[in-house]
Design a protein around this ligand. Structure first.
Ligand code: FES
Length: 268
């Protein structure tokens, strides 16, 4: 018996149905929400990255992740935990060493690929809905072949998560010495979510548990692989949650730095 999955190349790709799709549900809602959500986040992040202010709360040492590490000579010296190496030109983001890698990490992420292929490129917009393009070459040619380098960006993302962790720990400060406020909870929550997203990466799962013939001979890796796999099935949710925690953390730091609100302090 010949099924559509085993049809020879060149055979008719689609049954002769006049309708564009037979789906009657509101399949377009998911891609629409994705377009709105990603566009809003990109617009917010772009404005913030090139604002060059309100990224550091001197009193409590809060640094927004959008400016970490702050490496231009325009940065407030106390906010430059790892030194200043670049000129403070307007066009250069203050976190110029990390933002491009974070962008590439997310851009090549398996989940985000699915999200923007479907929503922005309509390729295809949903299951059982025709592709918005006449041809399909997959990820076999430039530029999409670059998607295969995702595993390398994972290592950069892990290093950047370490830097964000350092920022969160260094923020337990107040003019009296040790201090702890709502800003610390927000920074900490963001870092935990960033780690969860980073570790749930498909490349991480492969690094932990891939290329093994027998899990029984690698019990530690098997156990770690189980944890990573548990997170991995939640990768899509973590991708969205971290966009939210990043924006929330940045907005909170900006609000306190600009003097719009005061940080709620629990200790000092
Ligand atoms: S970060 Fe999404 S698959 Fe790696």
């Amino acid at each position: 018996m010949t099924s559509s999955a085993t049809k020879p190349r060149g055979a008719r790709a689609r049954a002769a149905i006049a309708a564009k799709t037979l789906r009657t549900d509101r399949w377009w809602i998911a891609p629409l929400i994705t377009v709105i959500g990603l566009s809003a986040w990109i617009a917010y992040a772009t404005v913030r990255v090139f604002m060059h202010k309100w990224y550091w709360v001197e009193q409590y040492h809060y640094l927004t992740p959008f400016y970490s590490p702050c490496v231009t000579d325009r940065c407030i010296p106390e906010a430059s935990h790892f030194g200043q190496y670049l000129p403070g030109w307007w066009i250069i983001p203050d976190a110029a060493f990390t933002l491009p890698f974070l962008l590439l990490f997310r851009l090549t992420c398996y989940y985000y690929r699915k999200a923007y292929y479907r929503s922005f490129w309509l390729s295809p917009p949903a299951c059982a809905v025709p592709d918005g393009h006449a041809s399909y070459s997959g990820e076999t040619r430039f530029p999409l072949i670059v998607q295969n380098s995702h595993r390398y960006f994972f290592y950069f993302a892990a290093i950047i998560s370490l830097i964000n962790t350092w920022d969160a720990i260094a923020a337990f400060r107040s003019p009296e010495g040790f201090g702890f406020g709502l800003g610390n909870l927000i920074l900490l929550g963001n870092v935990i979510m960033l780690w969860a997203y980073t570790i749930s990466c498909h490349s991480c799962r492969h690094i932990i548990g891939g290329r093994l013939k027998h899990f029984s001979k690698h019990p530690v890796r098997y156990r770690l692989w189980g944890y990573v796999s548990w997170l991995n099935v939640r990768h899509m949710q973590l991708a969205w949650i971290t966009l939210g925690t990043l924006a929330l953390t940045d907005f909170y730091v900006m609000s306190v730095a600009a003097g719009w609100i005061s940080d709620l302090r629990f200790i000092n």
